[in-house]
Write a protein that binds this ligand. Structure first.
Ligand SMILES: Cc1cc2nc3c(=O)[nH]c(=O)nc-3n(C[C@H](O)[C@H](O)[C@H](O)COP(=O)(O)OP(=O)(O)OC[C@H]3O[C@@H](n4cnc5c(N)ncnc54)[C@H](O)[C@@H]3O)c2cc1C
Length: 349
């Protein structure tokens, strides 16, 4: 089996397959030279209890039991800032993490269980059971597309197809005193169809924004950082970016020999862009299916049963927000209402 992508989706799949015990030879390919580097993430993660509230029926607590060095800061809630400047606080339990270390932890587990990890290897296409890279083509009975938002596997396989509704993001990691236990989300039309985030990490923060359409996220972010620097002192240590698929779960996740998982399958909450936990839990379900040599249709069925409704609700919420994102008055009103109906619904759906 070949897994394309050594992110959380690919590595949790490989660990669960448990190659040494199941006898299923598992090769993970990734074009990066170092797993998880560079980071392309806001580094916010719900804890397991929160994830169970959002996706009832999950059974993967062990995936959220991290060794020391991954979690940076405990998060107790979310601070929402409306276009009027009014701030609200909503409930959400989780952490901010070092995302590169999270990926490296999952990759180490996969290798420990007997998966082979080959870095610096870009997959260019997949065709009839063959994975094409710059080197020798690799034949595989199963091919797993865990290759993120711009999945080459999804694009190469008829019937699976690319993600839609991409949100372009820019972010920075800054050094400073960021010990608040609330993640901040700023809404308003100045964020061009997305939102601005500030995720405290203790002695660091991950600050960024995502935009829709043609706006330049980096320019917007620089302007926002210049404003922030007037009231808070910090030093920039890393600049990153990436895209988030906000189109919801794909209509098809697998055929007989190819399956998509994580961002490649559209497993991202469209109203907030969070997808790491979904990638982890879907990776476990896919790994179990493969290990037990069950058809990939079983994986699709199980993962749909869990994720379809929460992701569809979140997509509806995103569409509602799309209408208000450029109208500050409406957004203010919606946020006032959310303060009564609950912030989880506003941000998750
Ligand atoms: C800026 C930004 C901020 C985000 N913030 C958050 C957040 O705060 N919380 C949250 O939960 N989610 C967040 N997300 C989403 C989250 O990062 C993803 O949902 C999560 O990484 C999905 O994991 P994955 O394993 O499916 O894909 P990825 O983590 O993207 O892993 C895919 C892997 O495949 C490799 N790859 C891709 N193409 C190829 C190829 N052709 N050949 C070989 N290897 C390939 C890549 O190098 C990568 O290692 C954010 C995303 C972005 C871009």
């Amino acid at each position: 089996m070949v897994i394309v992508g050594a992110g959380p989706a690919g590595c949790v799949t490989a660990t669960t397959v448990d190659p040494r015990r199941s006898g299923l030879r598992t090769l993970i390919l990734d074009y990066r030279r170092i797993v998880g580097v560079p980071v392309q993430d806001g580094e916010g993660l719900p804890d397991y209890g929160e994830m169970r509230r959002i996706v009832p029926g999950i059974d993967c607590e062990e995936l959220f039991d991290f060794p020391a060095g991954i979690v940076r800061h405990r998060i107790e809630g979310m601070k929402f800032v409306a276009p009027s400047g009014r701030a609200y606080v909503g409930d959400l339990k989780g952490w901010t993490i070092d995302r590169d270390r999270l990926d490296q932890h999952f990759a180490a587990q996969a290798v420990e269980r007997g998966a082979e990890l080959q870095l610096s290897t870009r997959v260019v296409r997949v065709e009839n059971g063959t994975v094409w890279t710059a080197g020798e083509p690799i034949r595989a009975r199963w091919i797993i597309g865990a290759d993120g938002p711009n999945s080459v596997v999804a694009a190469s396989v008829p019937g699976l197809g690319p993600n839609r509704a991409m949100c372009r993001c820019a972010f920075v990691v800054v050094e400073g005193d960021f010990r608040e236990d609330l993640i901040e989300l700023w809404f308003g039309r100045e964020w061009k169809g997305g939102y601005f985030w500030l995720f405290p990490k203790g002695t660091q923060a991950n600050i960024g924004l995502g935009v829709r359409g043609r706006a330049n996220p980096r320019e917007l972010l620089d302007a926002a950082l210049a404003r922030l620097s007037r009231r808070k002192s910090f030093r920039l240590s890393f600049r990153g970016g990436g895209v988030v698929p906000l189109g919801g779960l794909k209509p098809r996740l697998a055929n007989e020999h190819v399956a998509l998982v994580g961002d490649a399958a559209g497993m991202v909450f469209p109203s907030n862009g969070g997808g790491t936990a979904c990638a982890m839990l879907a990776g476990k379900i896919l790994g179990e299916t493969l290990r037990e040599r069950r058809p990939l249709a079983d994986y699709e069925q199980r993962v749909r049963k869990l994720l379809e409704r929460p992701l569809a609700r979140s997509l509806t919420m995103r569409r509602l927000l799309d209408v208000t994102f450029y109208r500050d008055g409406m957004l203010d009103l919606m946020m006032r209402l959310a303060d009564h109906t609950g912030w989880r619904r506003f941000i998750i759906g």
